[in-house]
Design a protein around this ligand. Structure first.
Ligand code: 3EB
Length: 341
């Protein structure tokens, strides 16, 4: 038993280092069940997979978050989750067609904030948001804006920072299906990181919607075992707050990678170690499946064709939250060090 899990009170637990959090990106044979873990995201073939086509590799991939102790799946409201006492992974899922997207987003976040508070893991590190028809105008506003309104309201009500210090995140559009919010939380606060090339998303001007998106560009956190993790939010071809290279998927991919490089540089200064581009575990989202060849060539040139980043990258077909955006890249990396925040 680790020192952390033998310590009795919540207060003292917050002071000791967490047991290690481990990540594995697993290639699954069709129909196979993923191994024991806190939970994760299945893409491609199989039950429970995200409703987004996996363009590469073939088959199915499971992104598994693994704790240091056995964890049973539990339920609260619309949330399924598991925790080892130090780390908590969950999925909030609501069919928004019945109640509307803004109330659905609000309820998903309200429920998951209750889950993390009740389980001593009230620090959110990373959100992965998926919703059908993200760019569709419905009932007088774009569905992404409705989602932003419900999300921000839930953050404010639960007294989680909706601005400086917000968790890292991504938000993508699927062909169909319920609203799904995957989340990862822990006992200690991450260090939020912004991109000097971009306006913070929570400070976007009103032109992008009356309620801003709630995320930081990246989050750096001590994940135990003498390691820290950098979570880089969905990153697109945006400079300042403006979409650049409209209609040019090659340049959009290059610009997204420049933004990731800028975030890596700020994070490396905070972390006190290099964060090599070739060590990133990336997910690339493409609006158009036909762009795979171009995007992959640009990506592999940037990260190194033989790097772990190129070998492990997955490519999904999804809608990005601005109609002019053709590509978005999210990533995380584990590097040595600890106790950053
Ligand atoms: C952007 O930079 C592109 O709403 O949670 C990226 C990451 C984007 C997260 C979110 C949206 C979100 O604004 C879109």
């Amino acid at each position: 038993m680790s020192v952390a899990s033998s310590t009795s009170t919540t207060t003292s637990r917050a002071l000791v280092a967490p047991g290690p959090l481990v990540f594995r990106r697993l290639r699954l044979p069709q129909g196979a069940t993923p191994p024991a873990s806190l939970g994760g995201r299945r893409v491609g073939a199989g039950a429970g997979a995200l409703h987004a086509a996996l363009l590469a590799p073939e088959g199915a991939v499971f992104d598994a978050w693994i704790g240091h102790a056995p964890a049973e799946e539990r339920r609260h409201g619309c949330v399924r989750f598991a925790t080892d006492g130090d780390w908590l992974h969950g999925i909030a899922e609501i069919d928004d067609r019945a109640i509307g997207l803004q109330p659905a987003a609000h309820r998903a976040y309200a429920d998951l904030f209750e889950v993390v508070a009740a389980n001593g893991c009230s620090n959110l590190l990373r959100f992965w948001n998926y919703l059908a028809d993200i760019n569709l105008e419905a009932d007088g506003s774009e569905r992404y804006r409705q989602f932003n309104a419900g999300r921000q309201q839930a953050f404010i009500e639960a007294r989680h920072s909706a601005f400086e210090g917000a968790p890292a995140a991504c938000a993508l559009g699927l062909r169909d299906g319920a609203l799904r919010v995957y989340f990862l939380a822990g006992r200690r606060p991450p260090l939020a990181i912004e991109n000097p090339r971009q306006v913070s998303a929570y400070r976007y001007p009103d032109a992008y919607g009356p309620r801003s998106p709630t995320f930081s560009r990246a989050a750096l956190v001590d994940v135990g075992g003498g390691r820290q993790a950098l979570f880089i939010s969905g990153t697109a071809s945006i400079v300042g707050h403006t979409t650049v290279h409209v209609g040019d998927v090659r340049r959009q991919t290059e610009e997204s990678l420049l933004n990731i490089a800028a975030v890596r540089q700020v994070a490396a200064e905070r972390a006190g170690v290099e964060i090599p581009v070739g060590a990133l575990v990336c997910t690339v989202y493409l609006r158009r499946a036909a762009d795979l060849g171009v995007v992959r060539a640009v990506f592999e040139r940037a990260v190194g064709a033989t790097s772990p980043a190129a070998r492990d990258c997955i490519y999904l077909q999804a809608d990005i939250c601005r109609t002019e955006l053709l590509v978005e890249i999210e990533a995380h990396a584990f590097v040595p060090g600890g106790a950053v925040a």
